[in-house]
Structure formats: structure tokens, C-alpha cells
Design a protein around this ligand. Sequence first.
Ligand code: SF4
Length: 204
Amino acid sequence: MQYPLNLGGKYKRRKLAEFAASVKSMNYAEIKNVDVANGPGVRVSLFVSGCTHHCPGCFNPETWDFAYGTEFGEAEIEKTPEPMKQLGPKDRQGKFTACYTKKAQPDYKGTLKGGRSVVFEAKHTSGDRLEQSVVTDDQRKRLDRHMALGAECFVMVSFGFREFFKVPWAIFRAMKEHYGRKYIKPEDVQEYKVKYIGGVLRFL
Ligand code: SF4
């Protein structure tokens, strides 16, 4: 079934986000951000999955199935690509030396259900402390800017792939003030501990 929202500008994005947030369990087939084919003017169209009408000549019979398309989830998060340049020939195993061609950005960016941005770094240590300096100056500046604009920003910390912590960026960046040193240990950040169940980090 097609669910076009004929609304304008910021208002249409807010209403679309409100609608998406209200959906408990539903799949969608497609979101067209600029649609001129499904009614007068320019509109955002949300095509949700599932239809019981089965009209003859329907343009989208594949969407009749309620399980078709993508499930509305808690968030859509993507790994930031890190472009690199190969510096030499590959060896017999296909390995090669390379260097990054751009300054590192925060590892992950996305959108939480409801419309808020989420930006975070993922850091691992096999030891019992994580230095603040593992986040580069460039990453720090970008996280600061995203946080100032209202994004949810944090550092996902792994100690030995056994314990995981979602440390808010406001805390991580001011480590010295909070913990008296520029590194953290698992005991410092227990309040930010994240459950790890069935191979999945429950951090949202
Ligand atoms: S069958 Fe197709 S045309 Fe008919 S209501 Fe459903 S989606 Fe629309």
C-alpha cells in the first residue's frame, strides 16, 4: 500500500519521523525523498508493505506481502568508509601495504528511530586501560561538532572483547575532569556497561 505524505519542508520531515517512530512493527518498501510521480507537487512518499486489496493491475504486487521490504528498526547505522591507497604489489596471499588517503572520521554514523543522529567511535584494548588519545584530534573535533548540533555521540569501548561500555562523548572528552587521568579502566565506567547477548551488543 502506498502512503504518500503531501507535506512541505521541515514539517514533512518531522511528520514522517513522527510516523516512523509510532510504528511498532511494520515493513516499508521504499521512501522517496523527492517524488513528483505520486500526486501534485513535490512530496515525500513512504511506501509501506502489506496490502489485502489485491487490485487488478496493481503496479506493486510484490509489496502485498506484509514481510516485504525493510523493517522499521531502532536505528540505521553505517560504517564510515575509510579510503586508502595501495602502496605496493600484493603478495601471494593477496596482502599489500596501504595508507589512508583521508583523515579519520568517526567510525559510525546513522539515524536513530525518531530522527536523531547518532555518531560514535569504536575502540578496543586488550589491556585494562584505554587512553583518551586513541581518538584523534580530527575525530574529536568532528564528534564535538556533531554533539553541539544535538547528535547522540559516544565511544563504544571494548575491554578484551569481554566487557563493553557506551561512554558518552561528553564524559570521554573530559576524562581528566571525571577520573583524574587521561585513560579509563573498566571500573571507572561501569554505569555505561552494555549488555552483550547472543553475539549482539544491546547499546541502543
Ligand atoms: S493492491 Fe496495489 S493498487 Fe490496490 S490498494 Fe493495494 S497497493 Fe494499492
